[in-house]
Ligand binder design. Structure first.
Ligand SMILES: C[S@@+](CC[C@H](N)C(=O)[O-])C[C@H]1O[C@@H](n2cnc3c(N)ncnc32)[C@H](O)[C@@H]1O
Length: 220
């Protein structure tokens, strides 16, 4: 089972999901395969984004007319599948991850959806890949969903590489509510980042209480 918003009752979480775009066959199979991997102890299924969050990200990619996008933290590929589905036929998505095993699942589903030719996957620590990218305004949309203590540095590296009005999405920015009373290094990193982004004049910042918290940053 993919994560639901911790802020909603199970009944309301179901209602939110049922009131958004339905999950298509390929996404449903990917969710089921990831859940089966989790049952075998091969992957934590809770890492996958919720389908209603995917529907929102696909809508946003389309509304922005995003032609170049980047994802930090791909796992078995569900968020990438949603984002690339919202991009035009000549759009492209660069995915950064370190796991060959988990992204092998992603590649299979991207091929089945016919979007594999629009996705480039780079397997290396994301900071290395990011720093090697030219510091020019390239990306219309970015999604950050990897190691939480890395987020502040990812946001800094993304800034010069985003177009003006480009949008960066940061996942898990409520940490299941623990941002108000941080328990772990990950919680503290996100709580400090949230506080600094709220007053950072370079970005217009909105923290959406969707799923586990999804922060939207628009580059001014
Ligand atoms: C929460 S999961 C991503 C979930 C994915 N967005 C989805 O919807 O299924 C986090 C991913 O980040 C990757 N990751 C963790 N640390 C990383 C790093 N330093 N560089 C690149 N990828 C990293 C992990 O291998 C994992 O696949």
């Amino acid at each position: 089972m993919t994560p639901r918003s911790f802020l909603l009752t199970p009944q309301l979480a179901d209602y939110v999901r049922e009131s958004s775009e339905p999950v298509d066959r390929i996404a449903a199979d990917l969710i089921a395969e990831t859940a089966a991997m989790a049952e075998r102890g091969e992957a934590p299924a809770t890492m996958q984004i919720a389908p209603e969050q995917g529907a929102f990200m696909r809508l946003l990619a389309t509304a922005l007319g995003a032609r170049r996008a980047i994802e930090i933290g791909t796992f078995t590929g569900l968020s990438a599948l949603y984002v690339v589905s919202g991009m035009p036929a000549d759009g492209s998505l660069l995915c950064l991850d370190v796991s060959e095993e988990w992204t092998a699942v992603a590649r299979r589903y991207w091929a089945r959806a016919g979007v594999d030719d629009r996705i480039e996957l780079q397997l290396a620590p994301a900071m290395e890949t990011l720093r090697a990218l030219p510091e020019v305004e390239t990306f219309d949309l970015a999604f950050v969903d990897a190691d939480k203590t890395g987020y502040p540095a990812y946001v800094e590296e993304l800034y010069p590489r985003m177009v003006t009005n480009g949008v960066v999405l940061l996942d898990n920015t409520l940490r299941a509510g623990r941002v108000v009373d941080p328990q772990t290094d990950d919680d503290r990193a996100i709580a400090e980042l949230n506080a600094s982004l709220a007053v950072d004049p370079r970005w217009e910042t909105v923290l959406l209480p969707m799923a586990d918290g999804l922060t939207m940053l628009r580059k001014r």
